[in-house]
Write a protein that binds this ligand. Structure first.
Ligand code: GAF
Length: 375
């Protein structure tokens, strides 16, 4: 169903915001650290038109019965909003920031797989914020827009995510990965044109549903905070790589200690990957990806048997690098391959899943695509 089918009029505009994969830099964003995501060609399309009665209507082409009608004045944070909590949370965050946003009819349709760790929620938030920002002429910078979307997710939906996914959806550009400092949101576009270099980046969606709101993500965040507190720093970003061994001796809590080690080494891996990409040594990021996965599996402990199987099978079949991507506990992995190895590596992953008795994963190519825009 289209906007016209649902609301009987044409929308004033259509906006698109992409999902993302993260090349490296996992669970570093809420520690004020570095990340290196790229936007997927998969997007959330938001068609919208203003209303002058303070009412928000939401309809989704993808969710059966996915229609909601809410009063702007009555928006209250809480977990029971279904999918509409994300766009409603954006309207709420804009108003909380004192911005003159009014009612709207909104229709969304998307191609970002949900629950796959590919930021379908951030795509929905960013698409909605861009639409409302344009319709009500709010003059939002991309940083402010991303921060407001994060606020919607943190304080309205109730998921304690960092800023990576919203910034990736809002700020990525075609043919690049986004090197982002999560502390001050300074960033650099890093050329990442694998096709030109004879390589491919595969995404393997394990189809193990991942959700950020089930408490495990929040528990990891708290362990990081305990680590920072034990070390007397504002965030784990402030622990220098060179001082890591000494720092670890000062963290008694074993869980926090493992988290400190992951975050500090992961920030280092992002800087290493950026350096390699900027020097044109793209193939050399492969081992950095494998090391990142080992750290997430053994230190941070957010992997799962399906994600480990992807990485082991890909490694065994000669992939350049592979790692889980996103929050973990399911979701997707990425695999960097020579073009000619894309098929055999994919077959090896499929065979390994069958052997383990896992459901078949979905495999597709990640082409670095443009960030959110008006269509
Ligand atoms: C999820 C969160 F939403 C991000 O903010 C980030 O923390 C990521 O998990 C892990 O790197 O996608």
């Amino acid at each position: 169903m289209s906007f016209q089918d649902v609301y009987g009029t044409e929308p004033e505009g259509v906006w698109a915001a992409p999902g993302r994969v993260n090349l490296i830099g996992e669970h570093t964003d809420y520690n004020d650290g570095f990340v290196l995501p790229l936007a997927l060609p998969h997007t959330c399309h938001v068609a919208a038109a203003r209303r002058d009665d303070g009412v928000l209507r939401f309809h989704s082409a993808d969710v059966p019965g996915g229609a909601y009608q809410l009063e702007l004045d009555a928006l209250t944070p809480g977990p029971e909003g279904g999918w509409a909590a994300y766009p409603a949370g954006v309207a709420w965050a804009l108003r909380e920031a004192g911005l003159p946003v009014g009612g709207a009819d909104i229709h969304v349709a998307g191609t970002v797989p949900t629950g796959a760790g590919l930021s379908s929620s951030a795509a929905l938030e960013v698409g909605t914020a861009l639409a409302l920002g344009d319709l009500y002429d709010l003059g939002l910078s991309r940083e402010r827009l991303a921060r407001l979307c994060q606020r919607a997710e943190n304080d309205f939906v109730g998921t304690p995510c960092g800023i990576m996914d919203q910034m990736a959806s809002a700020c990525c550009t075609e043919g690049h990965a986004l090197f982002l400092d999560s502390r001050d949101l300074s960033r650099r576009q890093i050329p990442f044109d694998l096709a030109a270099e004879g390589m491919r980046l595969l995404v393997v969606d394990t189809r193990v549903k991942h959700t950020l709101s089930d408490g495990a993500y929040a528990a990891q965040r708290r362990a990081c905070e305990r680590g920072a507190e034990a070390l007397g720093v504002p965030a784990l970003r402030d622990v220098p790589y060179d001082g890591l061994e000494a720092a670890l001796t000062r963290v008694d809590d074993p869980e926090a200690r493992r988290c400190v080690r992951h975050v500090v080494t992961e920030n280092r891996r992002v800087e290493e990957a950026v350096g390699l990409l900027e020097r044109g040594e793209t193939r050399a990021i492969g081992p950095v990806l494998y090391a990142g996965h080992a750290s997430l599996r053994d230190d941070f402990r957010v992997s799962c048997p399906e994600l480990d199987t992807v990485v082991e099978a890909a490694d065994g079949a000669g992939a350049l690098g592979a790692r889980m991507t996103g929050g973990g506990f399911g979701g997707s992995a990425i695999v960097l391959v020579e073009e000619a190895a894309a098929r055999p590596v994919t077959d090896a992953v499929l065979a390994a899943f069958e052997k383990e008795g896992f459901g078949a994963p979905r495999v597709f190519e990640a082409v670095p695509s443009e960030g959110a825009r008006r269509m």
